[in-house]
Ligand binder design. Structure first.
Ligand code: GUN
Ligand code: FE
Length: 418
């Protein structure tokens, strides 16, 4: 017998970036965790199946966060007057060190995961810390929460304090251990995660690229976020054509499915390579403002056909709710538009698409309510006086701009209520 669930409410999602698909007072049928269809009334063949009726509430796809650091959650909103490299050395590494302690890791990751899910993120690409034991705790915590995630032990073997780096061999051995332990999981899976080029020796990058190819695993890292960082990479990797080439040469740039955070200052060759290798870029607008990195030229990239999703980049970003990233992405695109009116600002549907279906494509059929997509959903609760006055799209926009976890009254992953 198939597992059928019927959800009633107002459904909104983006099939394409240009517009919202809106189904007022409808019934979504989920069969074995996948969307079967959205109907005006329950089709005869599904009569008698369980119904969750949300009346006048909105139902939207769950959020997909393509870049955040679980081990930095406690630091959200702290050190926000520093630039990237000082912020890392003055604050971040000390906190990440604590995750060598399993008990601390379990407790801190539980706080992190609870807030992540509360805020509506149901799929995420997550950096843990360099500790193998700590990262194991994160896998276990996320499995209990039943959301989907790619989780990476952070590889670093140079240019950070001794208390947080490992030898090349240790770093690769720990990564291999986690791959072998978790590769068969169906929702919380390993991802190869060099922190970024400057904290990696060429040997580490080569070893990680070999693992990615051997086990056919996805890759995540940071790319071209800050000018000092870019100069540092040029200095460290003298033979490389550019920052992207450091990863590309080591099979860490699209040879397997890859998401790179930021990519703000890519030169023309790099943009072409990102496109050719079908990379996903994670745009993390809050982080880019907070640690004064710069503004990603989102419209330029979208016009070139580069794939972009959104990241909170906790704790470069200070808010874990992905609706915040949607808002900031729109706001920053308006600043670019003020300087150059050819760069059209992002629309609400475009930002929503990036944080749902576009980011979701990294995981499979995720982030939409089209047929065969996983039924990952959030049910939104708003004030009845507002609900009465505004259209469904206006109500969604208001949630994105002014809402938070208190407005999410139910969450579904693959057809199951959390
Ligand atoms: N680059 C290398 N490490 C980090 C990090 O932890 N956060 C951000 N935003 N950028 C990085
Ligand atoms: Fe980051």
């Amino acid at each position: 017998m198939k597992n059928v669930l019927i959800v009633k409410g107002h459904f909104i999602y983006t099939k394409t970036p240009e517009r919202f698909e809106v189904y007022e007072s409808s019934c979504l049928v989920s069969v074995d965790g996948k969307v079967e269809g959205i109907y005006p009334v329950i089709p005869d063949r599904f009569k008698g199946c369980p119904v969750h009726d949300y009346g006048n509430r909105l139902v939207i796809p769950g959020f997909v966060d393509l870049h955040l650091h679980a081990a930095q959650f406690f630091q959200s909103g702290i050190g926000m007057t520093k630039q990237l490299l000082d912020w890392l050395s003055d604050y971040t590494f000390d906190l990440e060190r604590e995750f060598q302690n399993r008990k601390f890791a379990r407790e801190a990751y539980t706080c992190f995961a609870e807030k992540l899910v509360a805020c509506g993120t149901l799929r995420a690409c997550i950096f843990a810390s360099s500790s193998t034991a700590g990262t194991e705790e994160l896998f276990e915590v996320l499995k209990e929460k039943r959301i989907g995630a790619y989780v990476g032990k952070v590889n670093m073997d140079r240019n950070a304090p001794d208390f947080i780096i490992e030898t090349t061999e240790e770093s690769l051995r720990g990564t291999k251990y986690l791959i072998e332990k978790y590769q068969g999981e169906n929702r919380v899976k390993p991802i190869i995660t060099p922190r970024f080029a400057p904290t990696s020796t060429p040997e580490l990058l080569k070893g990680l690229g070999d693992l990615a190819v051997k086990y056919d695993l996805p890759v995540q890292s940071h790319l071209s976020e800050n000018m000092d960082e870019i100069r540092w990479v040029q200095d460290l990797f003298k033979g490389a054509k550019n920052y992207s080439d450091v990863y590309f040469k080591n099979n860490l740039f699209g040879q397997t499915k890859t998401v790179m955070a930021h990519g703000i200052y890519l030169d023309d060759d790099e943009k072409a390579l990102v496109k050719k290798m079908d990379l996903m870029l994670a745009h993390c607008p809050d982080s880019n403002i907070n640690v004064r990195s710069g503004i990603m030229p989102v419209r330029t990239y979208l016009d070139m056909g580069i794939k972009i999703g959104l990241g909170s980049d906790i704790a470069g970003g200070h808010k874990i709710g992905l609706n915040e990233a949607m808002v900031r992405a729109i706001q920053l695109s308006k600043l670019l538009n003020l300087e150059n009116d050819k760069l059209k600002p992002l629309t609400v549907s475009e930002a929503f698409y990036m944080g749902t279906k576009s980011g979701g494509s990294f995981f499979g059929k995720i982030g939409s309510f089209e047929k065969k997509f996983c039924f990952d959903a959030l049910v939104l609760e708003d004030d009845p006086m507002i609900a009465q006055r505004y259209s469904l799209e206006d109500r969604l926009e208001k949630f994105i701009y002014a809402g938070d976890d208190r407005n999410i009254c139910a969450r579904y992953v693959e057809g199951k209520k959390l």
